[in-house]
Unconditional design. Structure first.
Length: 316
């Protein structure tokens, strides 16, 4: 079993040497065959120089240097793309995660899980980070139905095919367990050690945490309806349209048969609103549906994922 340890780093010059030492100690102690992939996410300090120096001494260290700062999600994605391991570990590069937890993660992988996620049970960050993240975690759990305590912990282990097929984009690394769930992965969580940040600065602030809420909507939608948007938009659109249609029909009948004036009646406007809103929803549903068709067809994507096959020749 070959292990890829993926570490995104952005301006972490003071942390690199110690981080490398900690990871290397675990690899030696556990006798892993492994590579460490540092993804330099456009650092402007000496991070790359430090990494380069280490990579000269030790060829299990691989560096993927991004042209600019693309963000942690993109850095993970790059790391997963270059990883050659059967199992991929991701972790932060600021010494807040502890590589000593890696054997525990792998134990769970060996029990048959596809994704093992770390839970920073005793999180050592400022309350301004911890509180919003607690709320976000609660919300993500509620909406996605994937029950974990901590979605945002970078320390995770994945089977190769899951990590390589997450299709990360935007800021979605926080939602990896949810994406993995959509993929059909078996997911579990174990508590891991968390350290305070000693060197360098956190790259996230309150406003970035709040953006999670918007992403949450997206992920909830992806989870439930990404392959059939017309089922949501179409259904609700139809319901609204039908309600509006009935209301306005009643008004029309009143007007024709009883001559009642309807021009100033709120119901008329409600009816019109419902009809238009309904039509709009149906149209959005159809557009989304066509978009998804194009996506699957143009990229030759499958609408399913296979865990394994038996007696089936994979090569054709
Ligand atoms: N990081 C990155 N690109 C970014 C922001 C962060 O590669 O644009 C890395 C960062 O170097 C660290 C990890 O992602 O290794 C987590 O970032 P940070 O410690 O700032 O987040 P926090 O622990 O405060 O959530
Ligand atoms: Mg950190």
């Amino acid at each position: 079993m070959f292990l890829s340890i993926v570490v995104p780093v952005y301006n972490e010059e003071e942390n690199i040497v110690e981080l490398h030492k900690e990871i290397k100690d675990v690899i030696i102690k556990e006798n892993y065959s492994a590579e460490i992939i540092f993804v330099d996410d456009g650092s402007t300090d000496k991070t790359y120089d430090e990494l380069y120096r280490l990579s000269r001494e030790n060829n299990i260290i691989k560096i993927v240097r991004l042209r600019r700062n693309f963000g942690q999600t993109a850095a993970f994605s790059a790391g997963f793309d270059y990883a050659r391991g059967d199992i991929i570990i991701s972790m932060d590069g600021d010494l807040q995660n502890d590589p000593k937890d890696i054997p525990n993660l792998l134990k769970k992988i060996n029990e048959g899980y596809d994704v093992v996620s770390g839970w920073r049970k005793e999180r050592k960050d400022k309350w301004t980070r911890v509180l919003p993240s607690k709320i976000a975690n609660w919300l993500i759990g509620k909406i996605s139905g994937v029950r974990l305590h901590d979605y945002g912990c970078s320390l995770k282990a994945y089977r190769k095919d899951v990590a390589k097929n997450l299709h990360l984009y935007g800021d979605l690394h926080r939602f990896i367990p949810v994406l993995a769930n959509i993929f059909g992965a078996r997911i579990c969580e174990i508590s891991v050690v968390h350290h305070p940040r000693l060197y360098g600065k956190s790259k996230y602030n309150f406003s970035r945490t709040m953006r999670v809420i918007v992403d949450l909507l997206l992920v909830a939608f992806m989870q439930k309806f990404s392959t059939k948007p017309l089922h949501v938009f179409g259904l609700w659109g139809f319901v609204l349209f039908a309600a509006g249609f009935v209301i306005d029909l009643v008004l029309l009948v009143e007007k024709i048969f009883w001559g009642i004036s309807i021009g100033s009646r709120p119901l008329l406007f409600l009816g019109i609103l419902l009809i238009l809103g309904g039509l709009q929803l149906v149209s959005i549903g159809i557009l989304a549906e066509m978009n998804i068709r194009t996506y699957y067809e143009s990229q030759g994507k499958k609408i399913y994922n296979v865990r394994n096959t038996i007696n089936i020749d994979e090569e054709d």
